[in-house]
Design a protein around this ligand. Structure first.
Ligand SMILES: [Zn+2]
Length: 218
């Protein structure tokens, strides 16, 4: 069995885990190094008025073989980065992802209305993965109806009824699983997801492999 971790900030040493590591690019990034498959992005927390310079670096790096996607990128109303620059940067990057034919891995906090608006406006062909989904069924439905993938992670351990409802209604072919920045084993997240969805871990692994290959072309 192989576990696919669709979004993490560190690579698992376990040979049965394929980790898609998220690399945050900032204005001070001088050297890009990766020990395996990754995504590169301008995190909304890192957005400044000079975001265009960083996005140019992201665009260059998007051509690297090991860069499978653009992210994490997005919008976050709960952080200090200037909101209008976050929106402008995200719209620009979402358009960039279309130009370079790479999927987007999205961080969205308290801004799903704006995310859905931008999605309607961009009307992307590339997959959009809403990572770290922690909301309830209503918002999950809106995002799924809009065509997004949802990625669930360690927040499931808290056994929130609304999040479990969202996990259960997510179609099999739109579901991804991640550890994000938490020190947990991806196999434990898989076990939890499998139990909550009433499937075996083996079935879940097979489906995740398909979804991972579909979204990230690997
Ligand atoms: Zn993250």
């Amino acid at each position: 069995m192989t576990y696919f971790d669709a979004h993490s900030h560190r690579r698992s040493a376990d040979p049965s885990t394929t980790t898609l590591v998220c690399v945050r690019i900032t204005a001070s990034t001088e050297i890009f190094e990766t020990d395996g498959i990754c995504t590169v992005g301008l995190h909304p927390w890192d957005v400044t008025e000079d975001w265009r310079d960083v996005v140019d670096i992201v665009e260059d790096l998007s051509q690297e073989d090991l860069v499978l996607g653009i992210g994490e990128v997005g919008i976050d109303r709960a952080c200090d980065a200037p909101w209008q620059h976050q929106v402008d940067a995200f719209e620009y990057i979402a358009d960039l992802a279309e130009r370079v034919s790479k999927p987007l891995v999205i961080h969205c906090v308290k801004a799903h209305d704006e995310l859905l608006r931008i999605r309607r406006f961009i009307n992307p062909v590339q997959p959009w993965v809403l990572h770290g989904f922690v909301k309830g069924a209503d918002l999950a439905k809106q995002c799924l109806d809009a065509g997004m993938y949802l990625s669930f992670g360690p927040a499931l351990f808290k056994e929130s009824a609304s999040l479990i409802e969202a996990l259960r209604l997510c179609p099999t072919d739109r579901l991804l699983i991640e550890t994000d920045d938490e020190h947990v084993s991806i196999s434990d997240v898989y076990t939890t997801v499998a139990k909550l969805r009433g499937v075996t871990t083996e079935e879940l692994c097979a489906i995740q492999q398909q979804n991972f290959e579909t979204v990230f072309k690997r």
